[in-house]
Ligand binder design. Structure first.
Ligand code: HEC
Length: 247
């Protein structure tokens, strides 16, 4: 490879690298969710919302109730009283009774297991998705983040009912209607700020659910770094000691 073609390949590789963040983000920027999974109170509130509003359709087949009890600082009794509604034992997974075939028939699509959705979609997407349901003109539910989602807006009693506000855009000769924003047409039991907080809690719980070990991994990580810092210091002192005789 001559120097010129080398330069061209380097320039191309750089361009691909520079374009990568843009590809990863996609067309619309998502608002930061502010999810912090070391906030145990948020995790507890999120777990409560999850079992009340989501576990009827979605399972979390990789999570056991007794692990929740331990990770969320809740005793097993509290978990049994507040988070387990069906006839399940504390060592069982958060599965559901719904038959996937029935679900398919009811919703046109079986609700997916949510064990890994926190990793697959990320906190910002979940935060946006659960705040983007609206009622269309025909009275059905739709969602601006997942258009034509088969999932109804199950938390509408909390949020209220949002309606779309359209804007007209010109694409060449044609005029197209796009949703500019959503407006709350009738309020729910929560204020918009309270609802955002509830969704943040729920997203926090889903992110935890997708990798429960991250709670421990992160707190152990700090100790590992401290240990390495002490080790570096000791190694340096040892080196200074050895080289003293040589110099
Ligand atoms: C009435 C049943 C039902 C309930 C209750 C329900 N969902 Fe869903 N959900 C669905 C269905 C059906 C889909 C598939 C939507 C699609 O892909 O069109 C879905 C999809 C999703 C997705 C998208 C998964 C993906 O990556 O595509 C997420 C996230 C989700 N639900 C979260 C929740 C949360 C959080 C709750 C509780 C607040 C909840 N759902 C309650 C039926 C339900």
């Amino acid at each position: 490879m001559g120097p010129r073609s080398f330069r061209v390949s380097v320039a191309l590789a750089l361009q691909v690298l520079l374009a990568m963040p843009a590809l990863a983000v996609g067309p619309a920027q998502l608002e930061p969710s502010g999810v912090n999974i070391s906030d145990t109170a948020a995790l507890q509130r999120g777990a409560r919302l999850f079992v009340n509003y989501c576990l009827s359709c979605h399972s979390a087949d990789y999570m056991r109730y007794n692990r929740l009890a331990e990770d969320l600082d809740l005793g097993e009794e509290l978990v049994m009283d507040n988070l387990v509604f069906r006839d399940a034992k504390i060592g069982e997974t958060m599965s559901i009774a719904m038959d996937p075939e029935d679900a398919d028939a009811w919703f046109g699509k079986a609700p997916p297991d949510l064990s890994l959705v926190g990793r697959a979609r990320g906190p910002d997407w979940l935060y946006a998705f659960l705040r983007s349901f609206y009622q269309d003109d025909a009275g059905g539910w739709n969602n601006t983040v997942l258009p034509n989602a088969a999932m109804p807006h199950v938390m509408w009693p909390l949020q209220g009912i949002a309606r779309p506000v359209y804007a007209t855009h010109r694409v060449g000769e044609r005029e197209v209607q796009v949703i500019e924003k959503l407006e709350l047409a009738s309020p729910g039991s929560m204020t918009p700020e309270e609802y955002d907080g509830a969704v943040r809690d729920l997203a926090t719980f889903l992110v935890y659910l997708s990798e429960p070990a991250q709670l421990k991994r992160k707190s152990i990580g700090i100790w590992v770094l401290l240990f390495l810092a002490v080790l570096v210091l000791l190694t340096y002192l040892l080196k200074a000691e050895y080289w003293r005789d040589v110099h």
